[in-house]
Design a protein around this ligand. Structure first.
Ligand code: ATP
Length: 314
């Protein structure tokens, strides 16, 4: 089984820390989502794992070895880092054939990955005629060419249309089912929630979370209850007396709907019923990864702003 292991990894650029004493592992058989605000250090970490950059200190290994020490890197690790990697004047097929030939990968894999990436029909067109989404598909095809056990994809959904988004989701799920180690960075929270089993979250180069998606969402996103009632003012006053904050929904069609923060349906239902407040609908609001992520990164920003020692470091 091939894991990615990052240990005490630090990368400085001109005295500025892009990656700061980072330690985490990416395990096989699941998709690990790699999250963090712009500049948090995700791409730098991926480059260090791939041996494209040298760490200032610490290690990043794949199956216990640095990437540079792997005998056949492309057959062990596939990566999408930069969609501009293919030469514009080449066709997609030629780009992949050159890659295959220089890495002792059987030629039949070229047709297999072109088919898999939905590019078979346009594989003889020059890459410069490709849309961003098609380039993205080509980058993913190249990452899969060597049938690698480990796959790292930096923002693979970039530029993909809705059909492409569904395709990448299913592809990632399948790669994990096949027992591969899959690390995927993204800014799209709903997307990440739809394909990731596990999350690694960075902020300012540091590890903020390394946890299963479900736990991350449940531990961080506040539980909320949605209520529809014709007695809005009575409900709000009742809940306020019991320490709940309720907010009337706004916008067209919101009507008599309210959201109660930090609340559970059982408690709100009992309170309303006990006080004789009519409730027409009562439901737990689904907690989202986006909500949990924003809560975490906001808390981190607040902590950073409050702490003079960290502010000096920044
Ligand atoms: N080659 C480089 N030289 C100098 N600074 C760099 C270099 N590469 C990255 N950085 C800096 O390191 C920090 C982390 O950047 P990185 O691209 O790894 O973040 P990221 O999490 O991938 O961000 P994004 O979500 O915007 O892609 C940033 O402050 C960036 O400016």
């Amino acid at each position: 089984m091939t894991s990615i292991d990052v240990r005490d990894l630090t990368k400085e650029y001109g005295g500025r820390r892009a990656v700061d004493r980072l330690t985490f592992s990416v395990r096989p058989g699941r998709v690990t989502g790699f999250l963090g605000p712009n500049g948090a250090g995700k791409s730098t970490t991926m480059r260090l794992v791939l041996g494209l950059d040298r760490p200032t200190s610490g290690t990043a290994t794949i199956g216990g070895r640095p990437c540079a020490a792997l005998d056949e890197p492309l057959r062990e690790v596939g990566a999408l880092l930069d969609t501009g990697a293919a030469h514009g004047s080449r066709t997609a097929r030629d780009h992949l054939r050159v890659l295959a030939a220089t890495h002792r990968i059987p030629g039949r894999r070229v047709d297999e990955v072109l088919e898999e990436a939905g590019l078979a029909a346009v594989s003889r067109n020059r890459v410069r005629t490709y849309s961003l989404g098609m380039r993205q598909r080509l980058g993913i095809a190249a990452a899969l060419l060597g049938d690698p056990r480990v796959v790292l994809l930096d923002e693979p959904s970039n530029g993909l249309d809705p059909e492409g988004i569904v395709w990448i989701r299913e592809l990632l799920r399948r790669l994990a089912r096949e027992g591969r180690t899959v690390l995927v960075s993204s800014h799209l929270m709903n997307e990440t929630a739809s394909f990731a089993d596990h999350l690694v979250v960075l902020g300012r180069g540091r590890l903020l979370a390394d946890t299963p998606v479900r736990e991350f969402v449940h531990a961080r996103a506040e539980p909320r209850v949605r209520v529809r009632t014709p007695d809005g003012a009575a409900l709000r006053d009742l809940l306020a007396r019991h320490g709940y904050e309720s907010v009337a929904e706004e916008g067209e069609g919101a009507g008599d709907r309210w959201t109660v923060r930090h609340a559970r349906v059982d408690d709100i239902g009992r309170l309303a019923s006990g006080a004789g407040v009519t409730v027409l609908e009562l439901a737990a609001e689904e907690r989202t990864l986006e909500q949990a992520y924003l809560d975490l990164t906001a808390a981190e920003a607040e902590f950073t702003a409050m702490s003079p020692s960290r502010a000096q470091e920044a």
